[in-house]
Ligand binder design. Structure first.
Ligand code: NAP
Length: 309
């Protein structure tokens, strides 16, 4: 057991609300100066989390002055019907950005839908053309979550060049594009996933640790290098009182109140009370990465409008 672990560390919480508001203000000012921009959001089925995400995105459009439309389709929608809608949105001159909320129901061919989107309207940056451009170091639309994380690191003056960075998770929407962005900024990047052997031994080498795995509080003190900057992308719901106590330590009572009121509380992939013992900086959940994702969507939609008009 390592003694230095018990020397108190003054961890900084990387709250993102102020930066997210600033990004949206910048978009709003450009829209107010006469740029017209519009976003079409497409959602299929009744997944409550997806409904909340789309509602938040539509609300952000209203805040900044981006025209928006919400296509909420029934669970029974087929791949062909969705392809028809995407084709019509691609063809419309008054639509600058298209957002298809993922995941789609299992019977819909998600890849076909993403690939059918006009890359110049792909404000989520998921189309192979945009993923390819990013991999080649010539990005146009970068997926909103990793793009927001980069903004946060830059805003807080967190060094990237030459650092050992570790990304845990290799999804198309977070892990892979995040690794590409860090590589482009001259970090030495390791990507971990569910088959990584001795994950903690790898993550403990990282000065910059970015976690996107979808497992509540999975990353603990043993995964984190002392003083590291830890970015927690995870958004998981926890309702079990013992688990809440284990995750939140001194702040558990506040979270238990939330569980009592709403049935669950939002938890990242990092155990916040254990991380506080070793990390130098940590993004909170909620109040961290999630806010930036929506702000970056506004920025990408404005960019699409500028490039198209
Ligand atoms: P995903 O598509 O579910 O992929 C999860 C990744 O984590 C996979 O690459 C998987 O490895 C890896 N993984 C799973 N268990 C692991 C383990 N025990 N050790 C190491 N790696 C493991 O994930 P995602 O869509 O990127 O989402 C991840 C989390 O971020 C979720 O909680 C999601 O809700 C959240 N999220 C938040 C935002 C935001 O705005 N804050 C945006 C997007 C996602 P394999 O590839 O080997 O299966």
């Amino acid at each position: 057991m390592c003694l230095v672990r018990f020397v108190a560390i003054n961890m900084i919480k990387l709250e993102a609300a102020e930066l997210a508001a600033r990004i949206k203000e910048e978009v709003k000012a450009e829209i107010a100066s006469g740029v017209r921009a519009s976003l079409a959001a497409v959602r299929v089925g009744d997944d409550p989390a997806s409904a909340v995400y789309v509602k938040n995105k539509i609300r952000a459009c209203e805040e900044v002055g981006i025209r928006s439309e919400h296509h909420a389709l029934p669970e029974s929608t087929t791949t062909e019907q969705l392809l028809d809608l995407i084709a019509s949105l691609n063809a419309r001159d008054d639509v600058d950005g298209i957002l298809t909320q993922l995941p789609l129901p299992a019977h819909v061919d998600e890849t076909a839908i993403i690939e059918a989107m006009d890359p110049s309207k792909d404000v989520d940056g998921f189309h192979p053309v945009n993923a390819g451009r990013l991999a080649m170091g010539r990005p146009v639309f970068v997926p909103c979550t990793p793009a927001g994380i980069l903004e946060l690191l830059d805003d807080r003056g967190v060094a990237i060049r030459g650092t050992n960075a570790c990304v845990v998770g290799r999804s198309q929407i977070v892990g892979r594009p995040m690794a590409q962005l860090l590589l482009q900024r001259d970090a030495t990047v390791t990507v971990c996933h569910s088959r990584t052997r001795d994950l903690a031994a790898v993550t403990r080498t990282a000065e910059l640790l970015i976690v996107a795995i979808g497992r509540a509080g999975f990353i603990g003190r043993d995964h984190i290098k002392r003083g590291a900057t830890v970015i927690d992308v995870g958004m998981n719901k926890v309702s079990d009182a013992d688990e809440v106590r284990k995750l939140f330590g001194d702040e558990a009572e506040k979270r238990l109140d939330v569980v009592a009121k709403r049935g669950s509380t939002l938890v990242g992939d990092v155990n916040p009370s254990e991380a506080a013992e070793v990390a130098g900086r940590l993004t909170p959940v909620p109040g961290g990465v999630g806010l930036l994702t929506v702000a970056m969507l506004m920025k990408n939609t404005l960019k699409a409008a500028r490039l198209r008009r």
